[in-house]
Design a protein around this ligand. Structure first.
Ligand SMILES: Cc1cc2nc3c(=O)[nH]c(=O)nc-3n(C[C@H](O)[C@H](O)[C@H](O)COP(=O)(O)OP(=O)(O)OC[C@H]3O[C@@H](n4cnc5c(N)ncnc54)[C@H](O)[C@@H]3O)c2cc1C
Length: 383
């Protein structure tokens, strides 16, 4: 067993940390207040290759694998969850579906465009009647000559309002359930694609979601990803990577809150001494550090499995449930340590407390992850 992170990835993490400290952290509150990431910041992230970190170099990506990608998200997640959320939807799940299910031409056009920052990606699976039970989607794709006619609706699609492409999941054969779902690449501007109002969310300000409507939307057959009926499987496999990288962002967010809490515990004086001199505060800090450390190791292990080409659904579910719930506990302790000031809107701790809440819901709720973990245990007691 080797716990050493390869040198080139250590260097990548260091350079991203420097970028985050210089460019992202100073505008974190501005992103929250204006509900927008400044254009020049997005431009810099694209130019630095952050939108194609794990994609193969053959298709313009940085080829740093899932471990490199997770190390990057850990740093980026420290600044503001909006950044890691936009990147995660684009890279892990939209890009992941194309990377896993696409042919050479599709990857050469779309994955390359995504890696080079020309296309922003979104992943369109959830519908009003289909959340956790994702195989119950009602959007249909009916073949007509060399095109598919897609009808239906998606909701809460991250990057939806401005994505250049969306991976859309639709039923091509209702009788087959999950095995009748196919995936398509839909470009912005496709006739029949319409957008609902941008959602007003509890947190993740600066990252946007919206409903998407498809009315007789025509998509060329060449934009179908893989054979008919493989879309659900590809989406679930992409979600394995999504859950691991989401956990990496959670570790980064939690790390930020721990660092802020340590500083506050040293600087804030009550009863004539620093509050950090009290065991009650020390134990909270120790628990935060312990849980972050555990989640970080889980992320690195699951990312390593993915980089070995191994199936990691079980480990992805474990790290997703643990890291997302860990981030909630860490955020809660950070609020406690900061006292009343963490209840104020201009506090990054207040923002972090709201931002981490979604981690237990999207890309499969905590309950869904526990269903996967327990299901694996009961199917295979020799694990
Ligand atoms: C900010 C945000 C961004 C999102 N981005 C995207 C995106 O980019 N693309 C996309 O496709 N979707 C996206 N989603 C949707 C997200 O993936 C869903 O919200 C999530 O899958 C849960 O579905 P649901 O909200 O409909 O909850 P439901 O499925 O209605 O679940 C409600 C509750 O019931 C529980 N539950 C359901 N079934 C069971 C069961 N069998 N046993 C025990 N408990 C159960 C759930 O765990 C949950 O606690 C986003 C959502 C949000 C809020």
């Amino acid at each position: 067993m080797d716990f050493e992170i390869p040198e080139e990835l250590v260097d990548l993490k260091k350079s991203i940390r420097e970028f985050v400290d210089k460019e992202l952290l100073p505008v974190s509150q501005q992103v929250e207040d204006e509900d927008k990431i400044p254009d020049n910041v997005m431009k810099q992230m694209k130019e630095l290759g952050y939108f194609g970190l794990p994609f193969p170099e053959e298709y313009g990506g940085m080829g740093v694998g899932y471990l490199g990608y997770c190390l990057a998200l850990e740093e980026i997640g420290r600044a503001n969850a909006a950044y890691s959320n936009i990147l995660g939807a684009h890279t892990s799940i939209a890009g992941g579906t194309i990377n896993l299910g696409g042919n050479h031409q599709q990857k050469d056009k779309y994955l390359r465009g995504m890696a080079e920052g020309r296309y922003l990606g979104a992943f369109g699976l959830t519908e009003p009647g289909s959340g956790s039970d994702a195989a119950s989607i009602r959007t249909t794709a009916v073949k007509k000559g060399d095109r598919y006619i897609i009808n239906g609706q998606k909701i809460w699609i991250t990057n939806g309002p401005y994505a250049d492409l969306i991976t859309v999941y639709a039923t091509t054969d209702k009788t087959l359930g999950a095995r009748g779902i196919s995936a398509f690449i839909v470009e912005k501007g496709t006739p029949g694609l319409d957008y609902g109002k941008t959602d007003h969310k509890m947190g993740l300000h600066g990252s946007h979601t919206c409903p998407l409507f498809f009315e007789d939307m025509e998509v060329p057959e060449e934009n179908r990803l893989g054979p008919e009926g493989t879309g659900f499987y590809t989406a679930m496999k992409a979600l394995d990577g999504g859950r691991v990288s989401l956990a990496a962002g959670a570790v980064g967010g939690a790390q930020f809150m721990l660092e802020a809490s340590v500083k506050h515990a040293q600087q804030r004086h009550q009863f004539g001494k620093a509050i950090g001199e009290n065991q009650a505060i020390q134990w909270m800090l120790a628990d935060m550090e312990t849980e972050i450390h555990a989640a970080r190791l889980m992320v690195y292990h699951a990312a390593w499995l993915l980089d070995q080409g191994k199936r990691a659904s079980h480990e992805a579910a474990i790290v997703k449930v643990y890291a997302s719930e860990m981030a909630g506990r860490v955020a809660d302790k950070a609020v406690q340590i900061h006292g009343g000031m963490a209840y104020m809107h201009d506090s990054p701790i207040e923002r972090g407390y709201r931002d981490v809440r979604i981690l237990r819901i999207y890309e499969g709720t905590s309950e869904v992850q526990r269903m996967i973990i327990a299901g694996d245990l009961l199917k295979n007691s020799s694990r």
